[in-house]
Design a protein. Structure first.
Length: 236
């Protein structure tokens, strides 16, 4: 009598699909948990911002964007930088006014703080002969005291030449553009060669009569416009 052949059982080849499906399910569950945690953190951040807003209201002040925690941080940082820069300019202005008190009193120098930055105006009467870009030897003391202060800053410094609206035409200069640019360049050269200011922080430009600080209708106004401005700009 013939024996029946036993069929060998072979392991199914699709068993890996079960493990793969389990893995996908676990991965999906993981991302669901992570998403839920993120939403919870967002709600907590909103609650924290609300609490901060309430605290500021109780003390009589309120940040610009209380609902945005990140915005509060950026706003606070910008505010701190602004306050720090204001203090720096006040200190710098005070130092220059003290160092050049005699020249300011004589009307040779003017110092003012503006939205652009700190501006030290060296008027022609104290620093240049009329129609010339040669710096007067008598201004050496003022330059020494001013350079000692400017040397301490790491900001860029702009040297800007200006004139009145009276046309010039002599052997050296054919226009106010030439004169204003030459005076600015001469001032930069002096600050570098004689007072060791860093060349990479200095720049020279001439604006002729097109940026007046006073009316050119009077001698006093024209005298105020004939100047070289040393500008320490703000950081924007």
């Amino acid at each position: 009598m013939r024996r029946k052949r036993r069929h060998e059982r072979r392991p199914p080849h699709d068993r890996w699909l079960v493990s793969y499906a389990d893995f996908i399910t676990l991965l999906f569950a993981f991302f669901v948990v992570m998403y839920s945690a993120a939403q919870l953190d967002k709600r907590r951040a909103g609650q924290l911002a609300t609490a901060i807003q309430t605290a500021f209201l109780q003390h009589g002040s309120l940040p610009d964007k209380p609902s945005d925690v990140g915005g509060l941080s950026e706003s606070g940082t910008a505010s701190n930088l602004s306050v720090g820069e204001t203090d720096e300019f006040k200190l710098l202005k005070g130092q220059i006014e003290s160092a050049l008190a005699g020249e300011i009193s004589a009307g040779d120098v003017a110092v003012q703080e503006s939205g652009e930055g700190l501006v030290v105006s060296l008027r022609e009467i104290g620093f240049f002969d009329s129609g010339s870009d040669e710096i007067k030897a008598s201004s050496a003391g003022a330059f020494t005291r001013l350079a000692d202060i400017l040397r301490q800053t790491d900001r860029e410094i702009r040297i800007e030449g200006h004139t009145d609206n009276v046309a010039i035409h002599n052997a050296r200069f054919s226009s106010n553009w030439d004169l204003s640019a030459a005076r600015a360049t001469a001032t930069v050269r002096l600050l570098i060669q004689s007072y060791s200011l860093r060349p990479q922080l200095l720049g020279a430009s001439g604006y002729a009569e097109y940026r007046p600080v006073a009316s050119n209708d009077s001698p006093a106004g024209r005298a105020a416009n004939r100047r070289v401005d040393i500008v320490v700009p703000r950081k924007h």
